[in-house]
Design a protein around this ligand. Structure first.
Ligand SMILES: C[S@@+](CC[C@H](N)C(=O)[O-])C[C@H]1O[C@@H](n2cnc3c(N)ncnc32)[C@H](O)[C@@H]1O
Length: 214
């Protein structure tokens, strides 16, 4: 994650969900470093928008006032109207150059799929990533996530959401990038890279070898 943040000079992160803000503060500390200019002592704008169903995270985040000022915490579920309106407003106001999205909330298939369908719209640039975390929960021995089969199965976890999204929703705009998995990853097939954009309802442009093909 740190590599993507740095290499793409990410200026906006959306994270579902926060828990106690461990990853949120990690994102903020990395982003602060590459957005800070030591010569001018200026920090180029950046933000992390993160959410969870309870207020619990706020106290943890506020222990770090320097980083907290770059974090918008939303005490609501990731697909509530309250969360969506802040996500949308932040995106429109900031006009970010590069966005990274981490989906790490309710790991059940339908919930992750619904998040993918909604949050895919907030990647402004070819090459940006949505990370679907913990796809390995969709393993046949996992008692919580394989007790039933959803979205084409065999389990009911994040991997089913990714598979269903790539098969039925993405229409050629994303690929799963195994290059981000290195030697071991709990996010197997979860690094979804944006490789194309729609320019109209009937036309898809693909970015390949430094050129657009429409
Ligand atoms: C795996 S933890 C997040 C960990 C955090 N991203 C980190 O790296 O420290 C999952 C969180 O998702 C939240 N959650 C689960 N279902 C949710 C839902 N439907 N809406 C919002 N939050 C949810 C839980 O409250 C929990 O805090």
């Amino acid at each position: 994650m740190a590599e993507i943040l740095h290499d793409q000079d990410i200026d906006l992160v959306f994270e579902t969900d926060t828990y106690h803000g461990g990853a949120t503060l990690f994102f903020a500390s990395i982003m602060y470093q590459y957005r800070y200019n030591a010569s001018t002592k200026n920090v180029r704008p950046f933000k992390i928008v993160t959410m969870d169903m309870t207020e619990d995270a706020r106290a943890f985040i506020n222990r770090y006032p320097l980083l907290a000022s770059y974090i918008t915490f939303i005490p609501h579920g990731s697909l509530t109207e309250a969360a969506k309106s802040i996500v949308n407003r932040t995106f429109i106001e900031m006009k970010p150059t590069n966005v990274f999205i981490s989906l790490d909330g309710d790991h059940y298939a339908e919930s992750v799929y619904d998040e993918l369908v909604y949050y895919q719209n907030y990647l402004p640039n070819i090459g940006n990533y949505i990370l679907v975390q913990d796809t390995r929960l969709s393993n046949k021995w996992h008692t919580m996530f394989c007790a039933e089969s959803k979205l084409g199965g065999p389990c009911n976890g994040p991997q089913e959401a990714v598979n269903w999204f790539l098969k039925n929703e993405d229409q050629g705009r994303f690929i799963s990038d195994p290059g981000k998995e290195y030697l071991f990853s709990t996010h197997h097939n979860g690094w979804l890279k944006k490789i194309a954009v729609y320019i109209s309802l009937s036309s898809l442009c693909v970015y390949e070898n430094d050129t657009f093909r429409c």
